[in-house]
Write a protein that binds this ligand. Structure first.
Ligand code: ATP
Length: 379
């Protein structure tokens, strides 16, 4: 086949000899490294306990957001608990965790904390089985812990209603997968010419192009990207979440993937997008760190104030950046208590100066934690 007849990159004669313009990527790569250096410098000063909290926050975002791309909403508190338990980070009371949350957490933590371990077919089958513990994706039974077999036709990425579907991408046939994935693992585990950050971007694209599973290819591609980023950073501890940033920019993610998987093996545009997104993820991590620091300062300040569990729970929610206004009726609903108890909890905190009435107008009174990062400074 000559390359003019090839619709997808895996059909081109020189597949998988990726090409990219080194000179065009050198600037963005240097900028990402600089942003990473600034973040790491700040983290180096905050001490181990806060570093653990910052990493817990980043990993929680990673797990929650990588699943959100798939349209699945995991419970943030149960993800946080599951990660905290596995990493041995103290977060006080642990929320209950279900099997499905455990599976996604297991995948992301294995990819990052064991980043130096070889990527192998068995390891990925384990990740896949952890993602689909029941053997079903929604209502469909899928092959779990094994490559797809294309029994019901070629693997395609499609969108739209049945009858009006648009095919965005078609993956290589199942009978090529053994050879294709072996070559991929050799490259992931071997020494490469390309800089480590670019290797992470290429690994993500390469895997999602093979699309070797019936489902879960996006999440596993992002986990492989995270594994290669952890190797690139030389540290298994994560402080930023690329998956969360991809979720924020997922329309652009799908568009650039679609363009990059067609026709040419020149993937400069994909790598530039990958580096830009990574840069924004690192910048975002600075905000996460701000929140962790504000929260730590807040609890240090009120350490000797006796508080009940409802008050601790709601204050923590406020410190994480409660979406919307916290009124006494929301307090009652979240803390699962009566309106009278909610008001007593609130009045007690107002009297101690831990909480204050929000300045924002509105029909019902809402409250803010004193020291909330989003509160205007007090005179
Ligand atoms: N328009 C597109 N063109 C090419 N690839 C796409 C397009 N849209 C999505 N993809 C890729 O296909 C993946 C979805 O594959 P699959 O459903 O097997 O994975 P998933 O992990 O279940 O999904 P998700 O990524 O949505 O969480 C996306 O993550 C993305 O990487």
């Amino acid at each position: 086949m000559n390359s003019g007849d090839c619709k997808y990159i895996w059909q081109t004669p020189d597949w998988p000899n990726w090409r990219f313009d080194w000179a065009a990527l050198a600037g963005p790569m240097a900028e990402v490294s600089r942003a990473q250096g600034l973040l790491m410098g700040r983290l180096a000063d905050v001490g181990m306990a806060l570093r653990d909290q910052a990493s817990l926050a980043a990993l929680t975002e990673d797990v929650v957001k990588t699943s959100e791309i798939e349209g699945e909403q995991l419970n943030v508190e149960s993800v946080r608990s599951s990660i905290a338990r596995r990493l041995g980070v103290d977060i006080g009371a642990l929320a209950p965790v279900d099997r499905h949350v455990e599976g996604v957490v297991e995948l992301v933590l294995d990819a990052t904390t064991n980043c130096q371990a070889l990527a192998t077919r068995e390891r990925l089958f384990g990740w896949h089985a952890a993602l689909f513990p029941t053997g079903y994706s929604g209502l469909s039974r899928i092959k779990v812990g094994a490559w797809r077999d294309d029994a019901s036709g070629p693997m395609q990425v499609v969108s739209g209603r049945i009858g009006r579907q648009r095919v965005h991408f078609e993956a290589p046939p199942a009978d090529r997968l053994e050879t294709e994935t072996s070559r991929f693992f050799d490259w992931v585990n071997g020494a490469s010419n390309e800089p480590p950050l670019l290797k992470a971007g290429l690994g993500h694209l390469w895997f999602v192009t093979l699309h070797p599973f019936d489902d879960g290819n996006g999440r596993i591609a992002r986990a492989i990207g995270d594994l290669l980023l952890a190797r690139a950073d030389g540290s298994p501890q994560r402080f930023y979440s690329l998956s969360a940033q991809i979720q924020r920019e997922r329309k652009a993610y799908y568009d650039i993937l679609e363009q990059s998987q067609k026709r040419s093996l020149d993937v400069t545009a994909w790598l530039a997008w990958f580096l830009g997104t990574l840069h924004r993820a690192v910048d975002q991590a600075q905000h996460t760190l701000d929140t962790v620091l504000v929260k730590a300062r807040f609890w240090q300040r009120w350490a000797s104030t006796p508080l009940n569990q409802r008050q601790v729970k709601l204050l923590n929610l406020l410190l994480y950046g409660f979406a919307g206004k916290l009124t006494s009726s929301k307090w009652a609903a979240i803390a699962k208590c009566s309106p009278d108890t909610a008001l007593r909890d609130i009045n007690d905190l107002l009297a101690r100066g831990v909480l204050r009435k929000s300045d924002a107008g509105g029909r019902s009174t809402s409250y803010q934690a004193v020291d909330n990062p989003r509160s205007p400074p007090r005179n």
